[in-house]
Design a protein around this ligand. Sequence first.
Ligand code: NAI
Length: 287
Amino acid sequence: RGKKAFIAGVADDNGFGWAIAKALSQAGADVILGTWVPALNIFETSYRRGKFDESRKLSDGSLMEFAKIYPMDAVFDTMDDVPEDVKANKRYAGNEKWTVSEVAECVEKDFGKIDILVHSLANGREVAKPLLETSREGYLGAISASSYSNIAMLQKFGPLMNKGGACISLTYLASERIIPGYGGGMSSAKAALESDTRVLAFEAGRKWGIRVNTISAGPLGSRAAKAIGFIDDMINYSMTNAPLSEKPLDAIEVGHTAAFLCSPLASAITGSTIYVDNGLNCMGVAT
Ligand code: NAI
């Protein structure tokens, strides 16, 4: 039986979510996506027009297919949480059932139980602002979109996961070391995500027999990272200073690690933050 994976946070072929989808597809899993509502239309249009065909290629030459793509907004748990202006927004109005609990219900109805849950999303409106200048709203928004969303997903999808299943999220070194420029409460959100990974590993392990881990990834020029503004500097810094300095991080290296962590090969790994960053986190001084 092929495993079923639900991945939240894919809206183009540049990010970690796409690479994880590819590695899981390559390993024989059926991949179901949850794509941010405002990004869905352009993603589906580009997909239909063949814009991603080159990066959909698997090793046997076939193209990666998604079992289904659901609209999703991980900031809302039920329709009661959605403010009127969002409901009325034309990018949302044409879609339905995109809150976390509704997406989980739809996935269960369409596919039954799943084995793998991937959270590959983050958002912080004030990411470009230092923490000292971050507003309460910006900070709480970053935590809601980037950390609580992971808890919400596990709450709603946990009951439909097979025993032995696994969850993965993506985190960043700014949670534990100072990375000037990663502001707006995003560093705080990643610290929460890593701490929650431990607590959720305990609770979900006992409750459903599933594993919960997070991957601390090195810098990648994804769409989200480009929006922060300093990603090229971070990639250059890593290539100058990391133990493995010859190459930039390739998203598929994170995809492969995710596939390993979600496989029975990692059956005793849970609650862990796994670094996939060419070793940069180990350095104490710049070289
Ligand atoms: P990305 O742009 O490919 O992925 C972020 C996704 O989040 C996008 O598809 C966006 O549509 C989606 N999203 C934003 N708000 C959402 C919401 N409310 N509901 C549902 N989806 C929403 O970028 P990337 O960089 O691959 O990000 C994936 C994860 O990797 C994030 O957690 C990010 O913090 C993490 N990460 C990224 C690093 C980098 O250098 N790019 C380094 C370490 C971690």
